[in-house]
Design a protein around this ligand. Structure first.
Ligand code: ADP
Length: 402
């Protein structure tokens, strides 16, 4: 079964066509600058053939048209008819409290997603646009929503309630939701396979460190706590997001600098994090390069970033009452030996000891802990698209049986 996996943003659509039975990516790419001049589609086929097309891509419906045209094209395509796409799987950012698993998209689901727009104003509207663009281009093809929040929906109340009046939770659903759930779920499953033990026996701390960063405490396969909160702003230091801080600070800055609500939001989401502290970049590679050039503020940014990860490893080991493995994933987690080493430094008391040679070796999935340590340290490249494709395939298979 071929599944078109879509991740629709405000001005971009990332896509992959995956053969779910063989777990094989047939083609993938991105449409960028939707609605702007110089919009492009870049496509890479499984055999490395790549092509970039520029066009008038005015909205998401046209973006999907371009994607279908390239997937069907004689020279660069991989399918011969639209009906070779058996289902579409969408990454949907916010499922609110309604969705604790992936669902077939129906009129009712769309209505619920519309009701959740306030919870994820930056993401859910574009996901909805992608869904209607597929209805227009692939009428009758089943569509499935896979939610970033779903994996964290089994968190206990003590982990998701904030210390504000309970009425604000009841009325506005203000609580911790957590994000990156598809990635945390994928790496937790892979960790169990790598360790050769059932997930139901394991206490894992999963660290998704990319532009956005979050960690999860995964106890017996259930996310029991996670660092992102009501929005993706909470928790770890990120490329441009501040993560944890005293909430009073923002009120103080707003008063001092006369900021509007929007300006305050932009400060915390776009001008903080690695970028804000270093003044150098939001990109960890540049932070490390400048730190190695003795740039003091780049060094502070690196230290705050890695210290927070380490602090949460300890916190989550305490929350679960033990630790079998720490898993690193995401662009930084998968690629930066320096970050992994600093995050795990001095954690021998938790059974964590990184082997420098294994840590600096290149490779895909691997265990980088010293031999015979109590806890493993794993590097696992994430694959959210595969999870979306497999969930979609499962849901479509159940439809076929009914
Ligand atoms: P996104 O969250 O947008 O999916 P990624 O998971 O691709 O992003 O992560 C992007 C981050 O990964 C950037 O901060 C980038 O600097 C970092 N990164 C990629 N390669 C390396 C590397 N070799 N060393 C350190 N950081 C890296």
């Amino acid at each position: 079964m071929n599944i078109l996996v879509l991740n629709c943003g405000s001005s971009s659509v990332k896509y992959q066509l995956i053969n779910g039975d063989e777990r094989k990516k047939l083609a993938g790419g991105v449409v960028d600058r939707i609605g702007m001049s110089g919009a492009t589609l870049s496509n890479v086929r499984y055999d490395g053939d790549d092509i970039k097309i520029t066009g008038e891509i005015v909205d998401h419906t046209v973006a999907i048209e371009y994607i279908l045209a390239i997937l069907l094209s004689r020279n660069h395509g991989v399918i011969s008819d639209k009906s070779d796409i058996h289902a579409v799987g969408h990454r949907v950012v916010h499922g609110g409290e309604t969705f604790s698993g992936s669902v077939l998209i129906t009129a009712e689901v769309i209505k619920t997603l519309q009701d959740n727009i306030e919870l994820a104003p930056l993401h859910n509207p574009h996901n909805l646009r992608g869904i209607s663009a597929c209805e227009a281009n692939l009428p009758g093809t089943p569509q499935v929503g896979v939610f970033d929040t779903a994996f964290h929906q089994r968190m206990p109340k003590k982990a998701y309630l904030y210390g504000i009046p309970y009425a604000l939770y009841s009325q506005y659903k203000i609580r911790r939701y957590g994000f990156h759930g598809t990635s945390h779920r994928y790496v937790a499953d892979r960790a169990a396979e790598m360790l050769g033990r059932p997930l139901s026996e394991l206490k894992l701390v999963t660290c998704h460190l990319g532009n956005g960063c979050s960690m999860a405490a995964v106890d017996k396969g259930i996310s029991v706590d996670t660092t992102m909160g009501f929005t993706p702003l909470e928790g770890l230091l990120m490329g441009t997001r501040c993560g944890d801080m005293d909430p009073q600070i923002i009120l103080y800055i707003m008063a001092k600098e006369g900021l509007t609500l929007n300006e305050a939001g932009t400060l915390l989401n776009k001008h903080s994090g690695l970028q804000g502290i270093s003044g150098v970049s939001s990109d960890m590679r540049e932070i490390i390069a400048e730190m190695n050039n003795n740039d003091r503020k780049a060094g502070y940014a690196f230290d705050v970033f890695t210290y927070r990860v380490k602090k949460y490893i300890g916190a989550y080991a305490a929350a679960m009452g033990g630790l079998d493995a720490v898993v690193f994933t995401g662009g930084i987690g998968e690629n930066s030996a320096e970050v992994r080493k600093a995050c795990c430094d001095n954690l021998g008391f938790l059974g964590i000891e990184v082997d420098d040679e294994k840590n600096s070796a290149k490779g895909k999935e691997r265990n980088i802990s010293k031999d015979d340590t109590r806890a493993a340290v794993l590097v696992i490249p994430t694959n959210e698209e595969l999870v979306i494709a497999l969930d979609t395939m499962d849901i479509v298979a159940t439809m076929d049986q009914t």
